[in-house]
Design a protein around this ligand. Structure first.
Ligand code: DON
Length: 347
């Protein structure tokens, strides 16, 4: 009797899960809140959080409204859930590194990044020069221990995008970002100018990367294009769409355009999991299990493979350069939705 009852309950539970999976490839609603409730709950929980400080080493970033707060979650079947300000643009900053890396991988294969730059954590800050010195001896041995999400690796990845001249390379970079976002993005000129005037450290990194063989020629062009890619304006919805495209195996869930071959997506996500939040990447993964990427403009994206992409914008950062409120918000939402890919319920 009791076992019949249990069997009936189990069948009903499985039917709910199956219906949810069939409805959108998601089991998000089988238990726990639906995505909009999870997004609203997190927004209400963190809307008054004031910790952290805007980046100010790029003067234009210090002027951005620190109260800006927007959340967007987009499922792999294109459903959009939002809260707060999802229209105001900030500069994409380091989140751009993911999509330039993806562009190089799409054109030249996974090996190209692994062999030239590496896919290992440096454990150092994003613009560390000591990290360059620490790994320079292995250039040419086939085992560089850098990655395309810290500045030395990112500037090198930008230098790997092919094109007859700077304009041609830029068209490819921005074209790729547009495809991920599903709309035409533009450079925030005040940020580009401000960062160009204050990026001497990145220029030093560019020159070093040429000296050590990571960049083959014209490091000033690579640094300029890198600065420009960091200055692209995005809102929370754009960033969520870019993340959702990775979550959906490289296909933009709204436009349907395939931007990255499905077979190449796991490599991109692996580097995000390893180095997406710099020296705090381990801590982040420990709490969420999700590949992610932060930017000093205040955005963070995270990818729940096969489920959704999520983005939060909130400019004040912690000491590692990651948005305080975005980290807390994404952790709360993804955990409420059971999105940690390492969390398996025993059968
Ligand atoms: O290279 C820089 O300094 C910036 N354009 C990007 C840095 C960044 O976003 C690091 N992120 N957390």
């Amino acid at each position: 009797m009791v076992s019949n009852l249990l069997a009936t309950r189990r069948r009903r539970f499985m039917a709910v899960v199956a219906a949810s999976v069939m409805a959108g490839g998601l089991a998000l609603t089988a238990q726990g809140p639906d995505p909009q409730t999870a997004v609203n709950n997190a927004f209400n929980q963190f809307k008054t959080l004031k910790e952290g400080k805007n980046a100010d080493y790029i003067p234009a970033l210090a002027k951005v409204d620190p109260n800006l707060y927007g959340i967007a979650l987009i499922t792999v079947d294109g459903k959009v859930y939002t809260a707060g300000d999802i229209k105001t643009e900030v500069s994409i900053q380091s989140i751009s590194k993911v999509f330039t890396m993806a562009q190089v991988i799409q054109e030249q294969g996974l090996d190209a990044i692994e062999k030239r730059i590496g896919v290992d954590a440096t454990g150092a800050r994003f613009n560390s020069i000591i990290a360059v010195e620490g790994v320079r001896t292995v250039v040419g041995t086939g085992a560089p221990e850098m990655n395309p999400l810290v500045n030395p690796g990112a500037i090198s990845a930008t230098s790997m995008v092919t094109g007859a001249n700077s304009d041609a390379v830029w068209k490819k970079i921005i074209g790729t970002y547009n495809d991920y976002a599903g709309r035409q993005l533009t450079v925030l000129q005040d940020v580009y100018k401000s960062e160009s005037d204050s990026n001497q450290r990145n220029q030093a990194i560019g020159a070093l990367m040429l000296a050590y063989g990571y960049i083959k020629s014209n490091w000033p062009q690579a640094v300029d294009l890198y600065t420009r890619q960091c200055s692209v304006g995005v809102n929370a919805r754009d960033l969520a769409m870019m993340a959702a495209t990775l979550a959906a195996g490289g296909k933009n869930p709204v436009t349907g355009k395939v931007v990255l071959d499905a077979a190449k997506v796991p490599g991109v996500l692996a580097v995000m999991a390893t180095a997406g939040l710099y020296d705090d990447s381990g801590k982040w993964l420990y709490h969420t299990g999700l590949p992610a990427k932060s930017g000093v403009g205040g955005g963070i994206i995270a990818v729940a493979p096969g489920k959704f992409g999520i983005a939060v914008i909130s400019p004040p950062l912690d000491d590692a350069g990651n948005s305080v409120r975005a980290q807390r918000t994404i952790t709360a939402i993804s955990n409420a939705l059971g999105a940690n890919p390492y969390a398996v319920r025993p059968k």
